[in-house]
Design a protein around this ligand. Structure first.
Ligand code: COA
Length: 174
């Protein structure tokens, strides 16, 4: 696989991705485009191998309350809301799961977080992790926040997880 990650365009065929989670597939087909091109509420990046879309991650700027962080982490930070990148959705096609695509999409988000830190400010990355993907995020150092930031209204409730910028590896080119 020669995986490239790039921004979703209006021309991309979003109908074929099957992640095993119908809600994520439906989001990708029906809402990722309009959210990005019409409403500007998030941007979706896709992992592609030639013409095949292997996976996607949708991100948006968001903020978290300082009080959501563990006491040790919030000690040095101001008490107003802190800017973060929110991973709104992440999914990989079942045919290529467990082959590094999810990790590649996450690394891409990590690079974005450092770029945002430089241009706008960013203290880390948050995600509302579904029960079955909590271990995936924990593997990369994400830990549960102390309060819910979830807005997906999923059942069971997702776990809001956070990875602070200082713990995110810098992109190799820096
Ligand atoms: C969760 C998901 C995004 C992971 O993507 P992926 O491409 O399969 O993951 P990768 O191959 O990049 O895995 C990276 C590492 O995480 C591990 N991993 C992958 N999925 C995992 C899971 N569900 N739980 C724990 N660890 C997991 C891999 O074994 C790998 O570990 P290694 O580097 O030690 O070998 C993908 O399986 C998926 O789309 N699942 C269905 C939808 C979903 O749950 N999305 C998350 C929404 S919050």
């Amino acid at each position: 696989m020669a995986v490239i990650i790039r921004t979703l365009t209006q021309e991309d065929d979003r109908s074929r991705l099957r992640s095993g989670n119908i809600d994520l597939d439906r989001f990708f087909q029906r809402f990722a485009g309009q959210n990005q091109f019409r409403h500007h509420v998030g941007v979706t990046y896709i992992a592609v191998d030639g013409a095949s879309i292997l996976g996607f991650v949708t991100v948006a700027a968001a903020s978290i309350e300082t009080s959501a962080l563990a006491a040790a982490d919030r000690r040095k930070l101001p008490s107003y809301p802190l800017q973060v990148i929110r991973i709104a959705r992440l999914a990989v096609d079942q045919g290529v799961q467990r082959r590094g695509v999810g990790h590649a999409l996450l690394r891409f988000v990590f690079t974005l977080s450092h770029e945002m830190a430089k241009s706008l400010g960013c203290v880390g990355v948050v995600v509302d992790a579904k029960a079955e993907s909590v271990d995936f995020y924990a593997r990369f150092g994400f830990f549960p926040l102390e309060v819910e930031v979830g807005r997906l209204r999923d059942r069971p409730e997702p776990t809001a997880m956070f990875l602070e910028l200082g713990a995110i590896p810098r992109p190799a080119k820096e």
